[in-house]
Structure formats: C-alpha cells, structure tokens
Design a protein around this ligand. Structure first.
Ligand SMILES: Cc1ncc(COP(=O)(O)O)c(C=O)c1O
Length: 383
C-alpha cells in the first residue's frame, strides 16, 4: 500500500538492505583520535579530548560554559540539581518526550506535572502553560510559585525541543519569569538547531545536550550541560566529578558528588564527529527537503514541517497518518520491508509509572502520538 514511500526511502539511502532510523557515520578522524586517546593512556575522565569537546560545544552553541557528562540523562539530573530541585518540589514538563526527561525529575524525588504539547512545535504549549499557572498556582511570601492542589513549590520548567525542532522557548521563558520558575531546556536532540540565532539549550538558564549513538553527532554515550552562568558551571563541573577538591595527592570531597564526567575515550569520538557537524547538518537539511517535496504529492501520508522547520537540525523527520490504525499499518508495512520507522514515544501520562501524575488536558499529545511516525533520517554520506 505504501510501496512508493518504501521505494523512495530505499533510493534515498542508496538501495541498502535495511535502512536504519538513524545510524551514525564515521567518516572523519574518529579512528585516528581514538588511537591517539588509547596511546596517551588517558582513557577515563581526565584528558585533552574532554577539554577539547567542551571547547567545541561552547563554540558551536555560543554557550560560555559546557560541562561534559556521561550521557544526556546525567546532564538532565545535574541540571535539576543546579535548578535547586529537591524532594517534593514540582517540575513542569511535557508528556510527549523520551522517558529520560521525566526520570531525571524522579531521580531528585520531585514530581512531574505534564502540560499538553503544541501541534506546531511538538513541544510544551505556552498557552496551556499560562492557563495552568494562572488557574492552579499562587505566589507564597518568598515569591515562590505554589501549586494550589498539592501545596508543593513548582521550582522548574523542563520543556523539550522535539526531534530537533525548537519549542516556543521564548514564550515559555517569559511566562515562567512571571511565576519565578527557572527554565531548563532539554535540547538532547537539538545540536545544531537555532531560534532567532540562538542555539537551542542556551536560551534559558540551563540547557542539556545528548551525544547518544542515535544523535546527529555521537560520542557513543555522552552529554553536556550548557550555561552562561559561571556559578552554575563551576558547581556542575564539581558535582559531576565526585565533588573532589583540587589536590595533587589527597582525596577530599566536600559534597556527595557524582561520577558523571564523560570519559576521554568517548570525547575523542565526539571531537571527530563535531568536526563534521556542518557537513552532517547540510546533509540532513537536504534529506528533510527531499522528504518534504516527495510527500507533497502524497494524499494519505503527510510530512510534518513544524513551525521552526527552517532552523532545525532535522534530527528525525516525521510523517502524519490519518489515525492510529493507519499509523500501525504504516509501521508494520515499512518495518517488514526493512525500512526502520518508529512511533513517537508513548506519552508519559500513559506509562504506568507516571499515569498518576498531575496533567492538563492531553488532546494534542494523544493526537500526535496516535498519528505520527518517525522515518529514516540518518546522514546519507558514505566513506
Ligand atoms: C529528549 C531527550 N532527553 C534526554 C535524552 C537522554 O539522553 P541520553 O540517551 O544521552 O542519556 C534523550 C535521548 O537520548 C532525549 O531524546
């Protein structure tokens, strides 16, 4: 039924057997830097590639500070600590996200509050956010935002830039400012994406990136915290490196820290990947435009363009089916043909672990989940 789509995707990826959703390509200095790293014997969390990686992230994103972490989830966990989120605080987030966003909130024993998504961005909807805060919160004497129904303090808001496309981050920051809520950007998927010439993740107080194997540039596993705040940056570096005090031979730790620092071996891979980021971005933009043109002539499967298409890194492209049944049929047919397609994440409010959490009406989130499918979007460059 969708044989023309299957053929188009197979041709786009040079007729290879199985077309993955997003596999990495290693066509630069990856092996060279990994060998250099091994030869240096500095394979763990101290080494020149970690420093280089952080410098490159600062340069690419325009963030004054970048702190390398073992993965994006650890970066999120640390970002919540930096935002002073602790047990029984609340954090506003979106239900349509990868589970790591919500898990990180629970690692701090805090409570997620889910806000519906905007169909234009697939990110947290600022209109719903404003309405929720207006109706359900009050400011206490310390000017903190308190949830009327739970009496808990809403410390932070954690929107996510879905599939590499920006959310309405400026509006969200503006609203949260009125309520004294700190904003953390989950930009795990958004390396190379901008809005108004600002790299995603650098617009709010704190942002995070992921370098997992399925991302636009990978370190195998890895992440980064980005911020312009020197105090937060210093704290992040300290706490991610076991809170060890500087000394040539003594081991002294002044807080319960974390072993969250990115190993040099992973950073070596990331540095080689980041050197090719411009090439990857160009290639992925080209793929997105080819899909956009192709799906123009298709009646029952539509390409999702999104409000901020132009400045996206086009991490994962998505198509929209008319209903859940059509979506499931499309997934079954394409995967059977070796074209790896995937549903978007099951919304958090449908997961047994999070279904009891407070939430707004989820009409948009449910519609998106029921009709969206991610299609192969990896870089098409070969050695
Ligand atoms: C939106 C989002 N947040 C967080 C993460 C977690 O990053 P990591 O896999 O590097 O821990 C990911 C994906 O990997 C993600 O897509």
């Amino acid at each position: 039924m969708h044989s023309n789509i299957i053929r188009f995707i197979r041709d786009l990826y040079n007729g290879r057997g199985i077309v993955p959703l997003h596999s990495p390509v290693f066509i630069g200095n990856e092996k060279k830097y990994l060998n250099e790293c091994i030869d240096s014997t500095f394979v763990s969390s101290v080494g020149s590639f970690v420093n280089k990686f952080e410098e490159m992230i600062s340069q690419i994103t325009g963030s004054t500070y970048a702190i390398a972490t073992v993965n994006g989830t650890a970066a999120l966990h640390m970002a919540l600590m930096l935002a002073d989120v602790w047990q029984d605080d609340e954090v506003i987030t979106q239900s349509l996200t990868f589970v790591a966003t919500t898990n990180a909130i629970k690692y701090q024993k805090a409570h997620p509050v889910f806000i519906d998504c905007s169909p234009q961005t697939l990110g947290l909807c600022p209109i719903t956010l404003q309405a929720f805060l207006e109706k359900n919160t009050y400011q206490n004497t310390q000017n903190q935002c308190v949830n009327k129904s739970t009496n808990r303090i809403i410390k932070a808001c954690l929107p996510m830039h879905t599939l590499g496309h920006s959310t309405d981050i400026f509006q969200i920051i503006e609203i949260c400012k009125q309520y004294n809520i700190l904003v953390i950007e989950d930009a795990a998927e958004a390396l190379g994406s901008f809005l108004n010439n600002r790299h995603l993740g650098t617009i709010a107080d704190i942002g995070i990136l992921s370098f997992n194997g399925n991302k636009i540039a990978t370190s195998g596993g890895g992440g980064a915290i980005i911020t312009n705040d020197p105090v937060l940056a210093k704290k992040a570096k300290h706490l991610t490196t076991t809170a060890k005090l500087n000394h040539d031979w003594e081991y002294e730790h002044d807080a319960i820290g974390y072993n969250y620092r990115l190993p040099n071996l992973n950073a070596a891979l990331a540095v080689a990947q980041l050197e090719q980021l411009t090439l990857f971005l160009e290639n992925k933009r080209n793929i997105a435009y080819q899909y956009k043109n192709f799906f123009k002539n298709n009646n029952d499967v539509h390409f999702w363009e999104g409000k901020y298409f132009e400045s996206s890194n086009h991490w994962l492209n998505a198509v929209i089916l008319s209903n859940k049944k059509e979506k499931d049929n499309f997934l079954a047919e394409t995967n059977r043909a070796g074209i790896i397609t995937r549903s978007l994440w099951k919304p958090m409010h449908h997961l047994p672990i999070y279904q009891h959490c407070e939430k707004t009406d989820m009409t948009n989130t449910d519609n998106i989940y029921n009709t969206f499918v991610n299609i192969p979007s990896g870089v098409t460059l070969d050695k």
